[in-house]
Design a binder for this molecule. Structure first.
Ligand code: ADP
Ligand code: MG
Length: 214
């Protein structure tokens, strides 16, 4: 069962993957942004590390809420308010204490809608949404026919990687990268890269834990 007891493992794995990719993400954000994206996220992750034991004892709606509030006060930058919105909306849309794929898919899609509103952005604008929107759509599309998580985790990672790659040829129309206009073409968006890294890491931790049930 997927419960918040997995959060410490997930948070630790994301800390490691961000550390390993920090240089690459910083370079991406230096080309079309201001270079602080990974350090913004790392500040949030450090705040979550301090809370991870407490988080692991909550139910999902309360855990999402606490994560959202913590990210709101620690991350900063455009990505800070977007991630805070994502988790707070996920909390509002989640009613179940343990996650099933159909209920998570619906709640996640609602959370992504909230992020779109918050950022006043849509798919195709060269942002982290170009990873999250396809992932949300994919989860919604498979939930009725493949209602268990382990079946879809590999495909979720593939969808995230494809979304991240798709930002390379997009023209940025939101965030700092939009100031560059056509010069934003040919570069992957830093926020899309970290979104992909986080999704692949979560999928990886979940696959391992579902393969070896406690
Ligand atoms: P800042 O741009 O304020 O320095 P970050 O560097 O932490 O903040 O985050 C930049 C990332 O946030 C971008 O790479 C992009 O993916 C995402 N982003 C910025 N503005 C928006 C927006 N309006 N909608 C969706 N995502 C956005
Ligand atoms: Mg930045």
């Amino acid at each position: 069962m997927i419960t918040p007891h997995l959060l410490p493992q997930i948070i630790t794995a994301i800390v490691v993957v961000m550390e390993n990719n920090a240089e690459e993400v910083t370079q991406l954000d230096q080309v079309i942004g201001d270079g602080d994206h990974v350090t913004n996220l790392q500040r949030g992750l450090q705040a979550l590390v301090l809370q991870q034991d407490e988080l692991s004892l909550l139910d999902w709606p309360k855990a999402w809420q606490k994560i959202g509030m913590t990210l709101m006060s620690s991350v900063g930058g455009a990505s800070g308010s977007l991630y805070a919105t994502l988790f707070m909306a996920l909390s509002k849309a989640s009613t179940e204490k343990a996650i099933s794929l159909p209920s998570f898919a619906t709640a996640f899609a609602e959370a992504i809608e909230a992020v779109k509103k918050r950022g006043k952005s849509e798919a195709g604008e060269k942002t982290l949404l170009d990873v999250y929107i396809p992932v949300a759509n994919y989860l919604l599309s498979v939930a009725p026919t493949k209602p268990v998580f382990n079946v879809v985790l590999t495909e979720v990672s593939d969808v995230a990687i494809k979304g991240m790659e798709s930002t390379r040829t997009m023209l940025a129309t939101k965030g700092r990268a939009s100031f560059l206009e056509a010069r934003s073409l040919g570069h992957i968006d830093a926020g899309a890269k970290t979104a992909q890294l986080m999704i692949c890491t979560i999928a990886d931790v979940l696959s391992k834990s579902l393969a070896t049930p406690a």
